[in-house]
Ligand binder design. Sequence first.
Ligand code: SF4
Length: 112
Amino acid sequence: MDDNNSYYEVLKRWRKNIPDKHNGSYRRTWDKAVSKQSMRAAVDAKCQDCQCWQQAEVKRCDIITCPLWQYRPLQEKDGEREKAVRGHLQEIQRLEGTLVEVKGTSFPRSPI
Ligand code: SF4
């Protein structure tokens, strides 16, 4: 890798494309993620990047097959759609026998 494409230079160029909105919060979140300070920040930054730094789009994201969907920021935990998707996923897992019942509460079965 030459100097222009060193990891640091690539990050520096990428960071310049992050909008300086909300008092720099997008950049701070991304900084925390790439410096390995926070997994939460990594998910938040990925979702913000994925939706072109539009919070409303992150909130409305309907890519329910994305592995980050259940963890994305700004979701309405008790929103109709979130509840419907969770119920649907639980039903699929139950039908496939991947949930174990423990005193009336379902937990995903360990993959190991
Ligand atoms: S959950 Fe949605 S916004 Fe977040 S990375 Fe996945 S598709 Fe993008």
